[in-house]
Design a protein around this ligand. Sequence first.
Ligand code: ATP
Length: 463
Amino acid sequence: MAALMQKIISLAKRRGFVFQSSEIYGGFGSCYDFGPLGVEFKNNIKKSWWEEMTRKHENMVGLDSAILMSPRVWQASGHLTAGFADELVECKSCHKRFRLDEIANSKSEIQKCPECGGQLTKPRKFNLMMKTFVGPVEEKAATTYLRAETCQGIYVNFENILNSMRLKIPFGIAQIGKAFRNEITPKDFIYRTREFEQMEMQWFCHPKEASKWFNFWLKERMKWYLSLGIKKENLRTKEVPKSELPHYAKKAIDIEYKFPFGPAERGGWHEIEGIHNRGDWDLSNHSKNSGKDLKYFDEGTPSQSKLGSGQAKQKYFPYIIETSAGADRSLFAFLCDAYQEIKGGRTQTTKAVKEIEILLKLHKSLAPIKVAVLPLVRNEPKLVKKAKEVYQLLKPHFTCQYDELGSIGRRYRRQDEIGTPYAITIDFKTLKKDDVTIRDRDTMKQERVKIKNLTQILKEKLR
Ligand code: ATP
């Protein structure tokens, strides 16, 4: 498992997906930068999520709230107290630190360091909020926190959105943005970092319908991963036991992916998204602390949505069903799922001479580069000129990469390794007939098409 993980990390760096932050200064604790391919890949994931949530579903609106908020928000949400803290134990011999819940199922179970067998300290609680100072003087009044979850920005705007958009329950608010947690044991590449991106949706519904909507959204979210190519056998759901529920949740089910890391007994399963029934925890606490009545007044008119049933005239705190996914963790899962090694390579026409060929079978909509443009050879000025024309033709429509270095076979491999679905080759026939070949990443089949039809054909293929 560890060897595969190393190969994926090495590919991510070598091909410009993910770099260690501040690498020239020796790196900076668990922060990562998304390189030229990583940013395209992550943008595609976020775009797919946004379209799925805001276009496919009715009664859904978006938001982009500030990362910095009044510290009173975090006081009210319960994040400044013990509820949002992880328990840490340290080995007295090797001084490695572990999150208690990662090395034991119950407190009585852990006695020894999983690395060296040394004695462990008693568990200590660490709050995960990242403190910062707003204003030039570091005085107490100016202390606040970088948000630990994007959803609080949604709750504090509940009334604004309700009034400005004239929404009726049930409805949802979707948001994508950065979140920060002072994780005590950040690790496993981009899986657990201190700065990350969340894609969160909060669904406001009548308390009596919370359970129905919980099941609905869990199914929808599972479908999204599968529709983007994640293998069924690598995805599962796991209910969070009552004793481990987050402080705000009445019920939680995690969507887990089978990653190539972690202790053998976990079998690689780790959370990528949480579906939570937050009840009225957030709205009632913000009501109490802000003095604003955040109850919803249901006039009894049936909701315009086909999805919901209108409730009789009443005033209540809606329940919230939350779907909380990590953009970085999803990217990591999509990357692992797409990674394939083919011993000897896939070429049938020549003798297999390569040791291993890498193929990144990313879903077309997630692939960072959609189309590669390759002149057959680079020492033919006419071919190169034509290839550059084709590149300019396609560039406004797709993320394209022009490559003329090395043999054509080698250039196909380079594109396979980064998951480019289509490669366009400009050869000698092109100069006479004004046509090119389109090579399909997965089947390696090539078809000839006229340049004048190329954009349209690619658009259809990539739809
Ligand atoms: P974990 O148990 O792994 O710490 P969590 O249960 O605290 O996660 P939530 O608070 O439910 O996580 O956050 C929702 C999602 O946000 C997670 O499923 C994950 O995708 C993402 N996320 C949370 N913490 C991190 C982190 N430190 N690094 C990267 N992504 C994260």
